[in-house]
Ligand binder design. Structure first.
Ligand SMILES: [Zn+2]
Length: 506
């Protein structure tokens, strides 16, 4: 195995979210005849990659997609799929995932785009002189024109999540003239939001995001009816909230919300415009369980909590949400006007750093739990989404001893021997460095466990306390028995408490 691709062997491409398990190396050349051989060879060097890719029974995990030359191995022979020299193997988990093209079962005809706004609704709309002036750009476009603009004005769109993507979508839809914009978020604007959530200003810090976005919409276009839902979307309220809208924009940042929104929208026959980001990469799709595949068809189950870093724990470049959010708003306009080609049955994977835009098929899964032939999800109230996303399961089955930030500060001040293991990525450590910590990436923990002293208490730290908990479980499975503690809430929760006591923070 070498680190740089050569002309012989199989090229193995590792998606950004998985590189924490391969010492950040994005690409390998491997001499192997099958997918399972590749995994064997990779895990001989990086033992933890196997745990991420395969479950305890040795099957590929649901949130992992593996492609040979852009064909999913699920459509081939799975792990036994043969490889030959010159083939490319892609390993893609949910956040950075995409779907391969499969010529055998690709739908013959494009899914026809029809306006989701009934004629009777748009015909009631009258344009006055000011509106003709305000909306003149669309009126000049043949594919939108008066009819399309009236449909936009008659439409009702819910934006779930008002972070970076939701803000960009709100700005675009307000300027376009979407008649009713629902905004759902219960969070407040933080100073560290401003670099990517550019709908908010410095003076909005501390205000509810929904109030800030409502004001921004009003400044941009006072004709818009903005409806605020300042609450967390849940199985109890989602069906009622979405019932008032034609389209739901999923701009949330967690799997619980994404599966909840998907299921509620499939069950009520509404399309979801989906967008996600990770560092410099983005994904955009339209999930519509009636006309095509849904989110569950692409990702039947989420990655376990802490296994794959989220965008909030890994950073986002300022212009990325502008790109991804504009593409999401563009899908909304196409669904409303019924013109253009929508991303139903397609997923667009964007990498703005290397400037690649890759559009792949998403295959409708006949066995899908919510939109398949025999659905098992028939009402969102029946599902415990937190449990489904592993948030409860991990706490119940694999408890990890933890220290809260106050206790951690006391231990540091007490002076008793304490080993601190920082499992963050190198670029995260350059922002906030802990002076006496040992840096061990999660992917190297199992083989470097001899660097730990089993007689000494060891505290594991990361940004939010999730990857560090995963690190402890990984180490336990590798046979380490020394005392391990997770820093609860990670450095995000500890910086203010530990910082004043610990002058050596850089
Ligand atoms: Zn489905």
């Amino acid at each position: 195995m070498t680190d740089i691709a050569e002309n012989t062997g199989v090229t193995v491409l590792i998606a950004a979210t998985l590189r924490t398990f391969t010492d950040r190396i994005p690409e390998f050349t491997v001499e192997a005849g099958s997918v399972s051989e590749v995994i064997d060879i990779l895990s001989s060097e990086y033992p933890d990659i196997r745990k991420v890719l395969l479950d305890d029974d040795g099957n590929i995990r649901d949130f992992i997609n593996i492609y040979i030359n852009d064909r999913s191995i699920r459509e081939l022979k799975g792990l036994r799929s043969a490889l030959k020299s010159g083939d490319t193997l892609l390993l893609l988990p949910a956040m950075a995932g995409g779907s391969g093209e499969n010529p055998k079962i690709r739908p013959k005809e494009r899914i026809r785009n029809e306006s989701i706004i009934p004629d009777a609704r748009y015909k009631e709309i009258k344009l006055d002189d000011k509106q003709i002036s305000r909306y003149n750009n669309h009126l000049q476009l043949k594919d939108i024109s008066v009819k399309g603009q009236k449909r936009i004005m008659a439409s009702k769109v819910l934006i779930a999540g008002l972070g970076a993507l939701g803000g960009v979508v709100a700005q675009n839809l307000a300027a376009a003239g979407v008649g009713t914009i629902g905004i759902a978020d219960f969070d407040k604007v933080d100073l560290n939001n401003l670099q990517t959530q550019i709908i908010h200003s410095t003076r909005d810090v501390g205000r509810p995001k929904a109030a800030s976005v409502k004001d921004a919409i009003k400044r941009m276009n006072p004709l818009i009816n903005t409806v605020v839902h300042q609450e967390r979307l849940s199985a109890d309220n989602i069906s009622e909230i979405i019932s008032g809208y034609d389209i739901v924009v999923d701009a949330t940042d967690n799997y619980v919300s994404r599966y909840l929104i998907n299921d509620a929208c499939v069950l009520s026959g509404k399309p979801v415009v989906y967008g996600a980001m990770y560092q410099f990469e983005g994904l955009v799709s339209v999930f519509d369980g009636v006309k095509g595949p849904c989110f569950r068809c692409q990702f039947p189950s989420p990655p376990p909590e802490g296994l794959v870093p989220t965008c909030s724990s890994s950073g986002t470049e300022t212009p990325l949400p502008g790109t991804v959010g504009s593409l999401m708003a563009n899908e909304v306009i196409k669904l409303i006007t019924g013109k253009g080609e929508v991303l139903v049955g397609k997923i667009l994977a964007i990498d703005i750093w290397n400037l690649s835009f890759r559009k792949s098929d998403v295959i409708k899964d006949a066995g899908c739990a919510v939109c398949g032939k025999r659905p098992t999800v028939t009402s969102v109230e029946e599902i415990d989404y937190e449990d489904f996303c592993g948030l409860k399961r991990l706490d119940e089955e694999e408890p990890v001893e933890s220290l809260d930030p106050q206790e951690f500060a006391r231990r540091l001040a007490g002076g008793a021997p304490l080993t601190i293991i920082d499992v963050r990525e190198p670029h995260e450590r350059s922002i906030l460095r802990f002076p006496d910590a040992i840096y061990i990436p999660i992917g190297q923990l199992a083989r470097r466990q001899n660097e730990l002293d089993p007689e000494v208490d060891t505290v594991f730290i990361c940004k939010e306390g999730k990857r560090s908990a995963f690190a402890i479980r990984t180490l336990r499975e590798a046979g380490y028995t020394g005392p391990c503690y997770n820093l609860k809430g990670g450095l995000d929760a500890s910086a203010e408490i530990v910082l004043p006591n610990e002058g050596a923070w850089l």
